[in-house]
Write a protein that binds this ligand. Sequence first.
Ligand SMILES: Cc1cc2nc3c(=O)[nH]c(=O)nc-3n(C[C@H](O)[C@H](O)[C@H](O)COP(=O)(O)OP(=O)(O)OC[C@H]3O[C@@H](n4cnc5c(N)ncnc54)[C@H](O)[C@@H]3O)c2cc1C
Length: 321
Amino acid sequence: MAKILVLAELKEGVVQKVALELVSKARTLGEVTAVVLGTGAGAQAAILGEYGAQTVLISEDAAYTTYLAEPGAETLAYLIEQIAPSLVLIGGTYDGRDIAGRVNAKLGSGVITDAGEISFEGGALKVTVPWYSATTIVDVTSPSNAPLVMVKPKTFAAEKLEGAAVPTVEKISFTPSDKSKRARILETVMEKSEGPSLEEANVVISGGRGLKDAKNFELLHKLAEPLNAAVGATRAVVDSGWVSYSMQVGQTGKTVKPNVYIAVGISGAIQHTVGMKGSKNIIAINTDEEAPIFKVSDLGIVGDSLKILPALTEELKKRRG
Ligand SMILES: Cc1cc2nc3c(=O)[nH]c(=O)nc-3n(C[C@H](O)[C@H](O)[C@H](O)COP(=O)(O)OP(=O)(O)OC[C@H]3O[C@@H](n4cnc5c(N)ncnc54)[C@H](O)[C@@H]3O)c2cc1C
């Protein structure tokens, strides 16, 4: 049976949702060993077991939370050499990318990024990867013994395994070297945000240049409130300084897959749609009936967003009493 190693990232001591998604996928491919590094690792073993990890390797060494990716990369490289897995799954997060690049440099394992479907065919790994802003999907394999495969959040569903056994928990007997402790985290500044995050929200309302002015983003926030939605944006408005980069959806921003995505004053450039076209229902508001966004929309409203947004918010409030 294939041995699958999953790097389960922690954020403030809690395992990230993408890790549960990876474990859920990994259990369909083989025997799953999850690796959890950092303060609080031990407490997260049980939840990884619930999603199908048979073994959880933990280390509570403070180095993983005090320094940037190097201690984590060193440890993962060590574990790959010890365990010789058929595949290593890593979340496509900032830290995941940093660690994967470093492990690849150490072991020459090869990295496949933005994985879609993952399977083994006749023992050979097959990963589908979107190219050219997802206009082409290619099948990729790797000659490496333990290829690193990076998967963006929400690519797979996080599903608990019915009747999952309690995982075996083992302490990692490896101490990161002093050499790996070069870039220390001095301060973590959390951006204040209200309501659900873009990645987690059931409804996302994004605004583009068609909103005309930064202050009109307030109209999106007003509509977001009764819908408990998150607010996103296009790169055009992020580059104009209207909103922060953390709100950017698309190729160089976040990938979102909510139940409902409302695109307001957004033309629908491929670099934007690649980050939202996996949404279940897409509604677009645009003055230009030829706007490309309508090609990926389930419902299109041709009209002025500055008039439609207040009317929609008002109507929603009325209906909700
Ligand atoms: C390498 C690369 C990476 C990129 N990555 C990203 C990315 O991650 N995310 C991203 O979003 N973009 C990205 N872009 C930029 C992308 O190509 C587009 O330029 C950008 O998405 C356009 O943003 P927009 O739709 O807000 O603006 P525009 O293209 O200017 O569209 C504005 C739209 O608003 C409509 N409009 C005007 N007035 C109104 C009104 N009153 N009411 C309703 N609609 C109105 C117009 O008809 C138009 O369709 C990237 C580009 C490159 C080259």
